[in-house]
Structures are given as C-alpha cells and as structure tokens.
Design a protein around this ligand. Structure first.
Ligand code: SAM
Length: 235
C-alpha cells in the first residue's frame, strides 16, 4: 500500500485502486472491499461510487484536505463519500448536511459508528440553519444535484469563512437543455466573480456523466470572524 504524494497518509493506492485507512476497522459503509496491510485496515474507494474518488482517479491533484481539517459536506446522502472524508480527516471533523429525511436516517446510522462525522438535517441554501454547529470551516465540499450549485457553495464559503471549496457540479440539474460545457463555464465564472481562484476544473467522465469537479480557494484570506462581547458573531 503506497500513499499518494499530494495526500500523504490520507489516500493510498495499490495496483491502481484507491483506498483510505478505515477509522472503523471491520465496518463497511456501502459494501466496499476491506484490505489489511501491516496491521492497518484500508477501505477501497470506488470512483464509480464517489465523485471525489473519481476526481483523483482521473488525475486530479488539488487536494485541500489535511488530517485535522474541519469540513462542511453539503449533500451527504447516506454517507458514502463523507465516510471516506472522515477517514482522511481522521483528526478533524466533518459536518454532514443532508436535506432528505429518508437519506438522513441512513446518514445517522453511518455517522453513529464514526466519531468525527456529525449528521445535520439541513438545507444547503440556508447556511443559517446549521451555523450553530461551527463558526468556521477549512473546506466546503458540495454535491447537491440541484439548481444554482455555484451560488450555493459560494454562500456557504462566505458564511463559514472557508479557505477551500470543492464543487461536484451536475450540469443536468442546472438546465437539461443547455450544453454541460456552457453550464460548467458559467459556474466557474460565478465562483471567480465571488472572489475565488479556480485551482482545477476537471470532467468526471466516464465515471459521472455531465459532471465536473471545480476546486477553488479564497484569493485573500478574510479576517476570521470573531465573537463580540455580547456573544454574537460579527464580521
Ligand atoms: N455526496 C454523496 C456521496 O458521494 O456519497 C452523494 C450525494 S447525492 C448525489 C445528492 C444529495 O444531495 C442527495 O442526497 C440530496 O437529497 C441532497 N441534496 C439536494 N439538495 C440539497 C440541499 N439543498 N441541501 C442539502 N442536501 C441536498
């Protein structure tokens, strides 16, 4: 098992397959293969089941995660990719936001076995609804398959003063009649127009049809939000 040089100690590879080191040895989340090596257990990270894995499998190298990162994950569904992000940020935490009651029930069960995943029933278009769970985060990762995906992630980046953003954008959710390329360029323009620098924009084909991963960062670090004497959060 070798580690990826741009994700040291966080993402591993063996014979062309990707793995994360399991925080919960012996437990599968979605039927993934478990592999033991030198006393550690690794979970295979399937690029057909996770857009973040697909990004890496397709040569993406912009990887803002650190072991101690705090991540806001929007569109957590039942927790497939969040569980791998939790393995990666083993000393940090992952706030997992999901809007669907049905998926949330499965998410709660995934998170219950993992100390650094926090499930939150919430709507990514309304960051105020979950702002009580964190003052700031390092990274916002978004995979929500709905309209206005670029605006939604930028709103969350600002609300939580995040440095890095990763947007798995689904063109068909924006407009089924427009070409995916035009949706991707428009979304990149929106992100750049909100003061972020695009680090990578990469198609996720053939793993995900009409999807792109956009990785970006805040150009100028904003002053960190502080609490006033009265306890309210001020900018
Ligand atoms: N990211 C997940 C993974 O890789 O394991 C898969 C996410 S699935 C493609 C998209 C999820 O986003 C769905 O579970 C859907 O309910 C959720 N979603 C859609 N709109 C949302 C919103 N406004 N806020 C939070 N979640 C949303």
């Amino acid at each position: 098992m070798e580690t990826l040089d741009f994700a040291p100690g966080m993402v591993f590879t063996e014979r062309g397959r990707l793995y994360t080191e399991s925080l919960c040895p012996g437990k599968r989340v979605y039927g993934e293969r478990l592999v033991s090596s030198k006393g550690k257990e690794y979970r295979e990270w399937d690029p057909r089941r996770s857009k973040l894995s697909a990004y890496l499998a397709l040569g993406g190298k912009q990887f803002p995660f650190r072991k101690d990162s705090t991540v806001l994950y929007l569109g957590a569904s039942s927790g497939t990719t969040p569980s791998h992000v939790g393995d990666i940020c083993s000393e940090g935490k992952v706030l997992c936001v999901e809007i669907s009651q049905r998926m949330f029930r499965e998410l709660v069960s995934t998170c219950s076995a993992r100390r650094n995943l926090l499930p939150v029933l919430g709507d990514a278009t309304d960051p105020g609804g979950y702002s009580a769970f964190a003052d700031s985060v390092d990274i916002v990762y978004q995979d929500v398959a709905q309209k206005r995906q670029a605006e939604i992630i930028c709103g969350n980046m600002d609300a939580f003063n995040a440095k890095y953003g990763m947007l798995a954008i689904k063109a068909r959710s924006e407009d089924v009649t427009a070409s995916p390329e035009s949706i991707f360029r428009e979304s990149e323009k929106t992100i750049a127009g909100r003061g972020f620098e695009i680090l990578d924009a990469r198609s996720l084909e053939p793993y995900e049809k009409s999807h792109e991963m956009i990785v970006f960062r805040r150009e100028e670090p904003r002053e960190r939000r502080t609490r006033s004497l009265s306890g309210e959060t001020v900018s």
